[in-house]
Design a protein around this ligand. Structure first.
Ligand SMILES: [Zn+2]
Length: 234
């Protein structure tokens, strides 16, 4: 068996491993686990921010309520307007003040109403986030158990393939395997591809003269475009 044939056989077996790895990383089991984990990682920060927002709005609301009470108090000073008038005071001045204060109190009242609404919304948001966090915490325990079992079974399958690969790698030499593994880690697959009509059969790039020479001499060469290892299939 030539080196190329050996490496092709190795690659064919490795493809099984790659498939298992992809299955594992795309599995529902992993997705659920990772999603819950990410949620829980960010939850404390989110909860803190929502809580701070609600507290801040509450402070604003109490300040506004104090302002309201103050104006209300001022208005009550004019309750005995009649008496003031009978004492000879300038009625138009007081009437103007009362109407200004009434306008002010109206606007503060509407501000209080909208702020009260905002406080409630912020509080609701905080409560629902808290509820969700508790629910996800429960789910997480479940998901991680399921994922752990799934991973164990996948790892077992992977181990079987890895044993086959270890046997196959013996006939190939360390250097070749090392080069292969580097390419694999760069997510290039298949790594070993045939040359077709002087071109890389995977990406279509034409071989350089030096590349063609190597191929004609029975060697392998690297595609300058996709960096796969190319061989002559004949
Ligand atoms: Zn190529």
């Amino acid at each position: 068996m030539s080196n190329v044939d050996k490496l092709l056989k190795y690659q064919e077996t490795d493809e099984k491993l790659l498939r298992l790895e992809r299955e594992a990383s795309n599995s529902e089991e992993r997705k659920n686990f990772v999603q819950a984990k990410n949620f829980l990682t960010k939850a404390p920060e989110k909860l803190d921010a929502l809580d701070a927002k609600a507290r801040e709005l509450e402070t604003l609301l109490s300040e506004l309520n104090a302002k309201y009470a103050e104006i209300d108090e001022e208005l009550s000073d004019f309750e005995h307007l009649d008496e003031l008038v009978s004492e000879g005071a300038d009625i138009s001045f007081y009437k103007k003040s009362v109407s200004q204060l009434t306008e002010k109190i109206k606007s503060v009242r509407s501000e209080v109403a909208s702020l009260t609404k905002a406080v409630k919304e912020a509080d609701d948001e905080y409560q629902s986030m808290k509820k969700k966090t508790i629910a996800v915490q429960k789910q997480y325990a479940e998901y991680s158990e399921v994922y752990k079992k799934y991973k164990e079974s996948k790892l077992k399958e992977m181990e079987e393939v890895k044993k086959e690969l270890a046997v196959l790698s013996k006939g190939l030499g360390e250097e070749v395997i090392k080069k292969y593994e580097i390419k694999r880690s760069e997510r290039i697959f298949p790594i070993l591809c045939a040359v077709k009509d002087g071109r890389c059969s995977k990406c279509g790039n034409e071989l350089s003269l030096a590349g063609k020479e190597r191929i004609n001499g029975g060697n392998v060469c690297e595609c300058e475009n996709c960096h796969r290892i190319l061989y002559n299939p004949q």
